[in-house]
Each structure stands twice: as C-alpha cells, then as structure tokens.
Design a protein around this ligand. Structure first.
Ligand code: UD1
Ligand code: UDP
Length: 386
C-alpha cells in the first residue's frame, strides 16, 4: 500500500468552486492525500470570489476565460492547459465536479493520461441532450469516463445503475453544496452593502432572481424580465434583487428590460456569503440555476425554476420547487399565485433537505480512502431521513 495518493481537483466556474471547496478543505486535512488544485478559470471574477472566500490557493491557474468564449474555445484551452499540468504532476486520481465544459475537458484529459477520474455530483440527468445545453452531455460523457461516481442522491444513484455503472463504483454522498451552505448562512449575518442591509425584509417581499442558462439566452430571458416588470408595477411591497451574471449576453437584455425601474435592483454577482444569506432572507426565488435549486429547499424558500426540464427532481417531489419555464404569462401567473395565496406560499416554503446533510465532502474522502485501501470501511450512503 502507498503512503499517500495524489488527488488533483480540477474546476473552473463559480458553482464548481463552491461545491468543490468543501472537498478540498477536507482533503487538506487528510494525511493520506496530497491535494493538487488546478483551475481552468473558465470563469475569472466569479471563480476568484469563491477561492477568496474559502481561502483556496490553486497550484495551477490556466486563466483561460475570454470574452464571448465558445464551447470550442473552452474545451481546447482547458484540455491543452490540463495536459501540461497532468504531464507534470502525474496524479493518481483527478476529481471533477458536475457538468460544465471544464468538467468534461478535465475528465477527458485525465482519461487520455490513463488516470483515474472521480466524478463529484454524478448521475444527474434530464435525458434531453439539448436541455440543459451542454450540461446534460457534459455530465453523461464525464460519467462514461469516470471510475468513481459520487452520486448526491438515491435518484442519481439509480440513474447510474440504469446506465450499467457497477454498483461498487458508486457512492451516495449528498451534495457538497449543502456542506458549503452550512458553513455560510448565519441568522445574525450582516450585509456589507447599504442596499442589502437597508431593505426591510419583514415588510417587503424580496424576489431574488438569477438567470444564465445558454438555452435561455435571448428571447426566453426577455420574456421573464417582461413578466418581472409587470409584477413590480402591480405589487408595491415587492423588491427585486437581481445579481446579474457576468455573461455580456445576459447583461445586455437585463439592462434593456429592467434598467432604471423602481424597486428593481440590478447588482453584480454577489460573493457566496452575502448571496447565501440573501437567499435566507428572500421571500421567493426565481432562477434557472442548478445549485440554487439545491440550496433554497434547505432554507425553506420557494423556488420557481425558469426552465422546461430539471435534473433535480427531489425538491419538486418535496413541493418546494416548481418548474415553470420562461413564458411571460406563466411566469406572471406563478409569481402572483405565491404573492397572493398565503396557504400556497406556506405549502412551498417548507424546509426540506433532499440534497444533503452537510457531510458529503467527508463521505467523498472516506470513499477515496476506501477505494485506495487506506480504510476497509465503505462509507454509509446519505439518506434523506438522516
Ligand atoms: C458556465 C457553464 C454552466 C454553468 C455556469 C455557472 C459551460 C458551457 N457552462 O456557463 O454549465 O451553469 O457557468 O455560472 O461550462 N464571464 C465573465 N466573468 C466571469 C464569468 C463569466 O466576464 O467571472 C463572462 C465571459 O464573457 C464569458 C461569459 O461570461 O465568456 C460566459 O461564460 P461561460 O463560462 O462560457 O458560460 P456560463 O454561461 O457562465
Ligand atoms: N451564487 C453566488 N452569487 C450570486 C449568484 C449565485 O454565489 O450572485 C451561487 C449560488 O448560491 C449557487 C451557485 O452560485 O451556489 C450557482 O451558480 P450558477 O447559478 O452560476 O450555476 P449553476 O448552479 O446553474 O451551474
């Protein structure tokens, strides 16, 4: 048996960083693991916000982000940079997270190096290859390349079994985003901006909005923003807080439709700490984000998802998340329903934890130690009842 294994974490965007951070912090405490951190920086500013919050210093930073980058740009630049890094470091295991293009490029590069791949947040599926695009294919292809699959829930575990992934290679861990959330949300949190600290969260109803999905760019997003204009004009106690994604294609339509409207606050992406605490204070959340669908149920916040499909059915089953698409009238109707009907609001505002219990990173490290024979105890799976 070896004394240590070298585990390289590869990531590049904001959500991967938030969800990898607990795994990295846990690896850094583990004497059997020598961690190496390689970021592609597919996102620059939004990645750095997270690295800073969790005090993570990458060993390698490929700095690939370019304005208007295409999927081809990201894939090529990430693979060529990661090839050099893996040639130099020769890791025993490469950990990737989720479903971004960095994820897939990281897994494919590791495979070309004949290096084992561990996939964190494995097994999520919509079974529609263009929705979400390109994430459904990124995670499927990564799954095909992976040797260790860290499925967050029993549903994702079943998906992998149905694709003939050997049972012994799958560990149900919970989602590491809940670990990150537990570290971050506090009842006594104070915002450091006058806007967020100045809002009367008891008497105003804050609708927190985020949009970024590639398949929603352009007209679908425009319809959502038109719906928001109407809502704000009808409800004087509603304040919209919208941290606008850095993608210029998102920012353009947002400012055209929602710029200079009273009670609509367009702000830059927030650091994770204020954002998570803002979710905690919000009345309801409107989003096309994957991660927010997982976090909000833990905080008891209703989420209306601006998409036609989701790979995260657990909170929909639990009743705290609803899939509503992007048609203007549907968005108006669903938001008004939650603003007008207290009992429907209370029904959705139920706190539930289908995605994790805050111990996912520990289970992932335990699974790695088990696989590499540092331990003979297979970690217990995460279950919703825990
Ligand atoms: C990417 C991921 C998506 C993930 C999302 C999380 C892919 C193909 N897409 O989508 O799966 O859900 O991140 O947010 O992997 N930009 C900046 N600064 C930043 C970040 C982005 O200026 O810190 C701008 C750049 O102009 C960049 C553009 O946003 O070209 C789009 O970024 P990109 O990573 O290509 O796509 P996202 O929509 O962010
Ligand atoms: N988030 C953040 N600041 C913001 C908006 C979102 O820190 O202004 C966090 C959010 O809490 C979640 C993650 O970013 O953990 C989700 O990222 P995103 O929506 O960009 O990507 P997705 O999850 O859809 O891949």
């Amino acid at each position: 048996m070896r004394e240590k294994i070298k585990v390289m974490a590869v990531f590049g965007t904001r959500p991967e960083a938030i969800k990898m951070a607990p795994v990295i912090l846990e690896m850094q405490k583990c004497k059997e693991i020598m961690p190496v951190i390689a970021v592609t920086a597919q996102h620059r500013d939004m990645l750095d916000q997270v690295l800073h919050l969790f005090s993570i210093e990458p060993d390698y930073d490929l700095n690939i982000m370019a304005k208007g980058q295409t999927l081809f740009d990201i894939t090529q630049r990430a693979m060529s940079g990661l090839d050099d890094v893996m040639t130099r470091e020769k890791p025993d295991l490469v950990l990737v997270h989720g479903d971004t293009t960095t994820t897939f490029a990281g897994a494919l590069t590791a495979y070309y190096h004949e290096t084992a791949v561990g996939h964190v947040e494995a097994g999520l599926r919509t079974y529609n290859k263009y929705s979400p695009f390109p994430e459904e294919m990124n995670r499927k292809l990564t799954g095909a390349l992976a040797d260790l699959h860290f499925a967050p829930t029993a549903t994702s575990y079943e998906n992998l079994l149905n694709e003939n992934v050997p049972k012994k290679d799958i560990f149900i861990t919970g989602n590491t985003v809940i670990d990150a959330l537990h570290r971050t949300v506090r009842e006594d949190y104070q915002f450091d901006t006058p806007l967020l600290e100045g809002i009367d969260y008891l008497h105003k109803r804050v609708i927190l909005v985020t949009t970024h999905r590639r398949e929603n760019l352009g007209e679908p997003m425009r319809h959502v923003y038109e719906a928001l204009r109407q809502i704000v004009s009808e409800y004087s106690d509603v304040e919209v807080i919208f941290p606008v994604h850095k993608n210029p294609k998102v920012r353009k339509v947002v400012s055209e439709e929602l710029g200079n409207l009273p009670r609509v606050h367009l702000i830059d992406p927030l650091d994770y700490e204020p954002f998570a605490n803002l979710m905690h204070r919000a009345y309801l959340i409107l989003t096309d984000s994957g991660g927010i669908q997982e976090e909000a149920p833990s905080l008891g916040k209703p989420v209306l998802v601006l998409r036609d499909t989701t790979e995260r059915p657990e909170a929909i089953k639990a009743g705290t998340v609803k899939l509503i698409g992007t048609q203007k009238q549907r968005v108006i109707d669903e938001v008004k329903y939650l603003l007008d009907d207290r009992s429907e609001y209370m029904r959705m505002a139920n706190t539930c934890n289908p995605y994790g219990d805050g111990l996912a990173a520990r289970r992932i490290i335990d699974a790695i130690l088990y696989r590499y024979e540092f331990s003979d105890v297979r970690p217990q799976p995460f279950t919703i009842d825990k």
